[in-house]
Design a protein around this ligand. Structure first.
Ligand code: CIR
Length: 255
C-alpha cells in the first residue's frame, strides 16, 4: 500500500451508458468530474505522481481503469475484462503502462479476468471468480506472475456482487476491510478482518494509499470504526460512480 504512482482516467460524457446491475438514475458528469478531481487530489496529497488520462468516449466504463490492468512493483499485466463492452480497454491502457514498465504482459485468453477481482496483499494475490473473472483467466494470470515470485490464490466473489473487491479492501499488511457476507467464505484466514458496519456494505471498497485510506462519503459508522482503529480516513464523494457499481479502487491503478 506504499505507492509512488497512480494512473486514472477522467470520466467522459459516455458514462451515462456505463454498465450497472440496477438502474438508480443517470450519473451526472459534472458531479462525477468533481469527485474525480477530489480523488486525484487526495492521491497527490500523499506525494504520489498521478497520471490523469483523457476520457475514452468509446468505452463508457473506462473511468474504472483498475479493471484493465494489474500493476505489481516489477511488472504490469494487461487484463482481459469479462464484459464485452470493456474488452478493448486493456489494449488502450498498454501504451501508458509502457511508459512506466520495461515489460507489460498480457492475458491473452480464452479466459477472462478483471482487475476489480484482484486483491494484492503483502503475502499473496487473491483473485475472486465472478461474472467477469473465470478459472482460465486466473490460471493464465498465475502463470504470468509466478516467475516474479507471486502466489495467486483463487477465491470466490459472493453471488450478486460485481467484483471481489466490491466487498473488501486492504488496510495494511495484515488487515482487510470486508463485508460479513464475503468474510464468511473464509477467504481471509490468517488476516485481521474489520467488518463494515451493518447496512454500510457499500463502502467496503476503499483504498489504502500511502498514509491515507480513501473511502466513499456517506458511511459514518464504518468511517468511525476505521478512525478509531488508527487509520487516516479521507472521505471522497462517490455517488455518481456508485450508480455504475464503481468505488474507490476502480478509479486508479496504483504502483
Ligand atoms: C462495470 O460494470 O464494469 C462498471 N460499471 C463498474 C466497474 C467497477 N470496477 C471495479 O469494481 N473495479
Amino acid at each position: 500500500y506504499t505507492f509512488t504512482h497512480a494512473i486514472t482516467r477522467r470520466p467522459g460524457a459516455s458514462i451515462v451508458k456505463g454498465l450497472r446491475a440496477v438502474d438508480t438514475g443517470e450519473p451526472s458528469l459534472d458531479l462525477f468530474r468533481q469527485h474525480h478531481q477530489d480523488y486525484v487530489a487526495a492521491l497527490e496529497s500523499t506525494g504520489a505522481k498521478v497520471t490523469v488520462l483523457d476520457p475514452l468516449e468509446a468505452y463508457p466504463d473506462s473511468v474504472f481503469v483498475e479493471d484493465a490492468a494489474l500493476c505489481l512493483p516489477e511488472v504490469a499485466i494487461a487484463m482481459r475484462p469479462g464484459a464485452a463492452s470493456r474488452l478493448g480497454e486493456a489494449a488502450e491502457m498498454v501504451p501508458t503502462l509502457e511508459q512506466f514498465y520495461p515489460e507489460v504482459l498480457r492475458i491473452k485468453g480464452p479466459g477472462f479476468a478483471d482487475g476489480g477481482d484482484i486483491l494484492t496483499t503483502e503475502r499473496e494475490i487473491l483473485v475472486g471468480t465472478s461474472s467477469r473473472t473465470d478459472a482460465a483467466g486466473i490460471e493464465e494470470l498465475r502463470q504470468l506472475v509466478a516467475p516474479y515470485g507471486y502466489r495467486v490464490r483463487e477465491v470466490i466473489t459472493p453471488e450478486g456482487v460485481l467484483h471481489f473487491k466490491t466487498d473488501c479492501s486492504l488496510l495494511d499488511e495484515d488487515t482487510i476491510l470486508s463485508t460479513r457476507r464475503l468474510d464468511t467464505t473464509d477467504c481471509f484466514d490468517g488476516y485481521r478482518v474489520i467488518h463494515t458496519a451493518e447496512g454500510e456494505e457499500a463502502c467496503a471498497n476503499t483504498i489504502r494509499f500511502n498514509e491515507l485510506v480513501l473511502m466513499p462519503a456517506g458511511f459514518p459508522r464504518t468511517a468511525e470504526l476505521l478512525d478509531k482503529a488508527g487509520y487516516k480516513v479521507r472521505l471522497i464523494g462517490n455517488s455518481e460512480a456508485a450508480k455504475l457499481d464503481g468505488g474507490m479502487s476502480c478509479l486508479s491503478l496504483r504502483f
